[in-house]
Design a protein around this ligand. Structure first.
Ligand SMILES: Nc1ncnc2c1ncn2[C@@H]1O[C@H](COP(=O)(O)OP(=O)(O)OP(=O)(O)O)[C@@H](O)[C@H]1O
Ligand SMILES: [Mg+2]
Length: 426
């Protein structure tokens, strides 16, 4: 049965009208939906941008913290590390943050030169103060090595309330080495200057004393011989007393002769011959010469490493060792040779130079005296025992050989002299 044409026309007209209405309404509906959704979209977009900015800023901060040569650590109020950058790990010889996080920062630190860790009160004050701290410290690495650092610490505040500390530190080992080298070379310059002055002076004085001393000694010896020929008792003359007086005068003259000889050595007026010298043989010769002084004070221990020969004047080298050995013996008080030691050790140092160490278990040298011991005529010994020339002679001779002499001492423990000389082949 067919659809009547009129009905068909009516239906299609309705459809067209519907399509027309829907077409008109769609954009309006869409706009309305968009209008409703846009605050949400904007918020989401803003959140996305904020996240992106936060990520970028975090990246920037991380890059800064990772790239700086200065070590940075965050500490909590117990002084425990809550944050660290790679420079902090590098200075402390660590490879991962986990090795540092949670550890007490100041437990790793000590004051320069101190052997003990920082006192608990110091740490407590350093962690809880609002003040800015600037302090040189030494940090102990896990392998036991001490790293000198310049450390500064500031309070970490949140709304005015202390929440921790931010600690920054810089490895200053290189700077310390340079300062030490500068201090040493300045001290050496000062010493060389002083020695040059005293050397010139000594040379003149030694020359002036030598002539009258020669005829004093000759005449004393003549009188001594004459007195020896006299009978022991003579009326009105106490021959024994005369002999004793002359013997005492001769002893005094002999001491003057030794001092003049030392002064000549100081000004290097003596024998100048240079040769190739076996350091260990020179040490043995010195021990033999000083054995009377040493025997009753200490045991002599030799720890030789068969070192290369050095080029110098043998007599001078023996004199250097002799002066050091006599000083070592004189520094050991009491009568307990079995409990004391004078040790002679040789080795080759990292630069191929011959190192000789003469150490004793004597009284040691107080810190305030230490800078003066190489000064000419500086002595702490009673008149007649020391003239104070021994070490200045050692210094002058060793530096004249192109070497170096250093001292380390601790009161009540002992003293160690280290002499380093260039090997003959160098
Ligand atoms: N091994 C040592 N132990 C302790 N103190 C020392 C030692 N060596 C040197 N000294 C100190 O250094 C000072 C200077 O020593 P130096 O050898 O120059 O002179 P001296 O021994 O006093 O006199 P001299 O050597 O002219 O007889 C000594 O007086 C002493 O105080
Ligand atoms: Mg001496």
């Amino acid at each position: 049965m067919g659809v009547p044409l009129r009905a068909l026309l009516a239906t299609s007209g309705l459809c067209a009208a519907l399509v027309f209405v829907v077409r008109r309404a769609l954009p309006w509906l869409q706009a309305r939906r968009e209008r409703q959704a846009s605050p949400l979209l904007e918020a989401a977009q803003r959140a996305r941008q904020a996240r992106q900015q936060a990520r970028e800023s975090e990246d920037r901060v991380r890059l800064l913290l990772d790239s700086t040569v200065e070590a940075i650590c965050g500490l909590d109020l117990d002084g425990l590390v809550t944050f660290c950058n790679p420079a902090a790990l590098r200075i402390l010889g660590l490879s991962a943050p986990e090795q540092l996080l949670g550890r007490s920062f100041y437990a790793m630190a000590r004051l320069p030169g101190a052997e003990q860790a920082l006192p608990a009160v110091w740490i407590e004050a350093a962690v809880h103060t609002y003040a800015h701290l600037d302090q040189e410290l030494q940090l102990r690495r896990d392998d036991g090595a001490l790293v000198p650092v310049q450390h500064s610490a500031a309070a970490m505040l949140r709304q005015g309330k202390l929440v921790g500390r931010v600690v920054t530190f810089l490895d200053i080992a290189e700077r310390k080495r340079a300062e030490e080298a500068l201090r040493k070379s300045q001290a050496q310059l000062r010493m060389a200057d002083r020695l040059a002055t005293v050397g010139t002076l000594s040379a003149g004085v030694a020359h002036e004393i030598n002539n009258p001393l020669a005829y004093t000694v000759a005449n004393l010896s003549f009188v001594q011989d004459a007195l020896a020929r006299l009978p022991d008792s003579m009326p009105g003359v106490d021959v024994a007393e005369l002999r004793a007086s002359i013997a005492e005068a001769s002893e005094g003259a002999e001491r003057v002769r030794r001092i003049v000889k030392d002064m000549k050595t100081l000004s290097r007026m003596d024998d100048e011959r240079i040769g190739v010298v076996d350091v260990e043989a020179a040490l043995d010769a010195s021990v033999n010469m000083a054995i009377h002084e040493l025997r009753h004070r200490a045991q002599v221990v030799k720890d030789y490493a068969r070192v290369p020969l050095v080029r110098c004047n043998e007599g001078r080298l023996v004199q250097v060792f002799l002066n050091l050995l006599v000083n070592a013996a004189q520094a050991i008080t009491g009568n307990a040779p079995e409990r004391n030691e004078v040790r002679l050790a040789t080795c080759v140092d990292g630069r191929g130079r011959v190192a000789v160490e003469i150490s004793d278990t004597g009284v040691g040298i107080p810190e305030e005296v230490l800078p003066r011991i190489f000064d000419p005529f500086f002595t702490t010994k009673p008149v007649g025992v020391g003239t104070g020339l021994g070490l200045s002679i050692c210094h002058s001779l060793v530096t004249g050989m192109g070497g170096d002499i250093e001292v380390a001492s601790k009161v009540g423990v002992g003293t160690r002299f280290l002499i380093v000389l260039p090997a003959a082949g160098a």
